[in-house]
Design a protein. Structure first.
Length: 368
């Protein structure tokens, strides 16, 4: 009897424990199911919100990519336009003439020029053969243009000599003898020239304007007139191909480079289209004389007045800006101050500041 009661009690207890365990397991399952459903509902809610926003993440990325590519295209087009249709015509002409046919540069140029235009630019001799120049067109090559210049602090003149073979250096025939130099006007008269500007620097003890002894070197007609042959000096010269040559070299090197005429001064502002002078080194306002040359060979002779109520003077940056505006490949500073003068057809075009009139100088760039 006792044994039977114990067995029944054991069975009842075991069943109760089993029921409790099953109840716990079912409760956990329902909890996990509820958590899964809650997570699912949250995800669905996020998706519905994303749909309501109207743009998916992928679509938004695509729009941004299109906008970036469009911006890059516009920027690239503007950059190419500044190269092929920009303000520096001489540089553009040089680029078009030297690029290889079929290259990427050539294909890019085709966006801005017709094939006929490209052929005319790259082969100008063909156009010359097709068209016989008229008398007026031939005269244009020999023409001398005089342009009035005016800036915030200066006034001046720019002379454009289209035929570079007309420009030479005239010099004191009694150089280094102690005899005084000549005025630019006299150099013009003695050499049957039409125009001229002052050129290189010179010794001027006491500021008397004697102008008899030049700084550095003077080369005239392929011969060294003054200076030491092996001493480095800033050279501003013209070679036998009528090209302006600027830079530091010895007189012997200048002669070896076939430089026919040269003087010493500086600084050099532009060399092979690049600005090579740090303008902050000399910001003062003064009268200036400058020589430059374009890619087509035309010489740019310039004077800018200074030390006057109507024209205080110009800075080196002013000079660079003007030379770049007129497409100078090379440009350099000549003697300025009281020496600055430009004479054309017997008339002094600028207002000089020398109290003794046109100053005596050892050299001048003249136009025959």
């Amino acid at each position: 009897m006792k044994s039977s009661f114990i067995s029944s009690a054991h069975a009842l207890f075991s069943g109760a424990v089993a029921d409790i365990i099953m109840l716990w397991l079912n409760t956990n399952k329902r909890k996990e199911s509820y958590e899964d459903q809650t997570s699912y509902m949250k995800q669905m809610t996020k998706k519905r919100k994303a749909k309501k926003s109207g743009i998916s993440a992928g679509a938004l990325s695509g729009i941004i990519l299109v906008m970036v590519l469009a911006g890059a295209g516009i920027t690239g087009t503007l950059a190419l336009n500044s190269i092929y249709r920009g303000p520096y015509k001489a540089y553009t002409q040089h680029l078009l003439e030297t690029m290889e046919e079929g290259s990427l540069q050539y294909k890019a140029a085709g966006l801005f020029y017709s094939q006929a235009e490209l052929e005319a630019i790259r082969n100008p001799q063909l156009a010359e053969e097709e068209e016989t120049p008229t008398a007026s067109e031939s005269a244009d090559k020999d023409a001398i243009e005089i342009i009035d210049l005016k800036g915030t602090t200066f006034e001046g003149k720019l002379m454009i000599v289209h035929d570079p073979s007309r420009v030479f250096v005239a010099c004191n025939p009694n150089m280094d003898s102690g005899a005084p130099g000549y005025s630019v006007e006299k150099y013009i008269q003695d050499n049957n020239a039409i125009a001229g500007i002052n050129a290189g620097g010179f010794e001027d003890a006491g500021g008397n304007g004697n102008g008899g002894t030049a700084y550095g070197i003077v080369i005239h007609d392929g011969k060294l007139i003054s200076g030491r042959p092996n001493e480095f000096t800033p050279v501003i010269g013209i070679n036998n191909a009528n090209q302006l040559v600027v830079g530091d070299m010895t007189a012997q090197q200048a002669l070896d480079y076939d430089i026919r005429d040269a003087v010493t001064f500086g600084p050099v502002f532009i060399k092979n289209w690049d600005v090579v002078f740090e303008t902050g080194r000399h910001p003062g306002l003064n009268p200036r004389t400058v020589i430059g040359q374009r890619y087509d060979g035309a010489f740019l002779l310039m004077v800018l007045d200074g030390r006057q109520p109507s024209s205080f003077g110009s800075t080196y940056q002013d000079i660079i800006d003007i030379m770049q505006q007129y497409d100078a490949v090379n440009a350099a500073n000549l003697d300025g101050g009281n020496s600055t003068v430009m004479v054309y057809d017997g008339e002094t075009l600028n207002t000089t500041v020398s109290i003794k009139g046109d100053r005596r100088v050892p050299t001048a760039f003249i136009v025959k």
